[in-house]
Design a protein around this ligand. Sequence first.
Ligand code: SF4
Length: 62
Amino acid sequence: MKVVVDYDLCEANALCMKAAPEIFRVEDDDTLTVLIDNVPDDLKEKAQEAARLCPRQAISYE
Ligand code: SF4
């Protein structure tokens, strides 16, 4: 499962980081870093929760 972020939509409010800090990190300069490109099975639930919580629907998976 590959993480896809639409950076044009992302507003760096860090809700994804709260749901899945292993995968998403919002930097001090308000940019989002994806820490794991391919989500392992044990993080899939957290990854889906992060996508669900994103108010901008900026996160999807392939
Ligand atoms: S929850 Fe969505 S808008 Fe917020 S930082 Fe994450 S990807 Fe960006």
